[in-house]
Design a protein around this ligand. Structure first.
Ligand SMILES: [Zn+2]
Length: 380
């Protein structure tokens, strides 16, 4: 699996100049591609290579190729719609394998600049040290105010699942409670709700204003909000993976699930990045030899986790009450228990190599859920 680690390179005038020239070259390449309406790397190369080498003689050949590749990606992303993309003069530089040499263990990285190769000291933060033995697959250098942020993409081997006794934890993600686990743990707080409300209020106010400074502030706030969400997701995922369980089961998120609450409701609370939470749990479990699996979300919130009866009317807002067996339970908790059982069923069936019911097969999913509840009660 790939991880991205970020290390700091101190400010360097040479690197600064390289970044500026590189970004100019990228912009020239974008201009050429935009005129000829192509993002094909070969075509771009034909049209731009000689010209760029002539215009920027200090930029070495492989850096020109990096510039072309980055321009190609930017053009591809733009889809040739609306305005021509603009590459900022202090934008980030993506290096290819020929333009940098990382020596993570020694804490040195050598980078191509306009004045040839240059070595820089880097300090790998403590929490990234475990990745230092992996293979570096790519590097992006992003200029910041008084340093360069060097993002290294590292390929590392996952730890094998090491547990003999499987302990599953079902996790249901929702908007009011970010995560509800089948071991009766709830992740929700008033503070979180209030902060989300604040962000929503500020966003709406600035959007209504619509001036340039308002837009600038909006960007700043959205960055702040993203960091807030990521921070909370990191905290929750850390607590989840450190629990005594070793197999974590999530619902496979589909577009439909996100739309479940309606556009207005989603807008009001702002959509929480559940996918991010799942991603964090997934990679963190791989680091410590645990695992994450995904199951079909169909009917998990409408089925009773005790008697396996499925009915839409069982759910009343936050409460799930089964008319058949009389179970009264928090609706999300009931769903998380169903998810855990589905996970167990999936693992049990995986060992006998049965096919997995796809998300589109709704009837199959319903049967699968009921079957898994019945079998789990038999084994209890
Ligand atoms: Zn029931």
């Amino acid at each position: 699996m790939q991880r991205t680690i970020a290390v700091k390179i101190p400010h360097d005038e040479n690197l600064n100049k390289t970044t500026a020239i590189f970004n100019k070259a990228v912009q020239d390449c974008i201009d050429i591609g935009w005129e000829t309406k192509t993002f094909n790397k070969n075509e771009l190369h034909k049209h731009s290579y000689r010209l760029l080498r002539r215009t920027y003689p200090s930029l070495q050949s492989s850096l020109v190729q990096c510039a072309r590749d980055q321009a190609s990606d930017i053009l591809k992303r733009s889809g040739f719609e609306r305005n021509k993309p603009v590459k900022r003069i202090n934008g980030s530089v993506r290096y290819n394998a020929r333009t940098y040499t990382p020596k993570l263990k020694q804490g040195i990285i050598s980078v191509s600049t306009i004045e040839g190769r240059k070595k820089f000291q880097i300090t790998i933060p403590k929490h990234f040290k475990k990745y230092a033995f992996g293979t570096v697959k790519g590097m992006v250098l992003a200029p910041r105010q008084d340093f360069f942020l060097c993002k290294l993409i590292i390929e590392i081997k996952d730890k094998q699942f090491k547990y003999k006794r499987i302990k599953t934890l079902g996790i249901d993600c929702g908007i009011n409670k970010i995560a509800v686990c089948s071991d009766n743990t709830f992740y929700a707080s008033k503070h979180l709700k209030r902060r989300k409300g604040e962000f929503f209020y500020m966003r709406r106010k600035l959007q209504q204003k619509g001036t340039r400074s308002a837009k600038r502030l909006l960007k700043k706030i959205s960055g702040r909000e993203n960091r807030f969400v990521a921070d909370i997701n990191h905290q929750i995922s850390k607590t989840i993976i450190n629990s005594k369980n070793n197999t974590f089961v999530f619902e496979k998120l589909s577009v439909r699930k996100d739309r479940k609450f309606g556009r207005k409701f989603n807008k009001k609370l702002g959509s929480w990045s559940f996918r991010q939470l799942q991603r964090f749990v997934e990679y963190k479990t791989r680091d410590i030899g645990k695992r994450t699996i995904f199951v079909n979300p169909a009917y998990t919130s409408q089925t009773c986790s005790v008697c396996a009866t499925t009915q839409k009317s069982f759910r009343h807002g936050n409460l799930f009450s089964c008319h058949k067996c009389g179970l009264n339970l928090d609706a999300d908790l009931n769903a998380s228990r169903n998810i855990a059982m589905l996970g167990n069923a999936l693992l049990g069936r995986a060992s006998v190599n049965s096919p997995y019911v796809s998300c589109d097969d709704v009837a199959g999913a319903k049967a699968q859920l009921q079957q898994s509840i019945v079998t789990s009660h038999l084994t209890c």
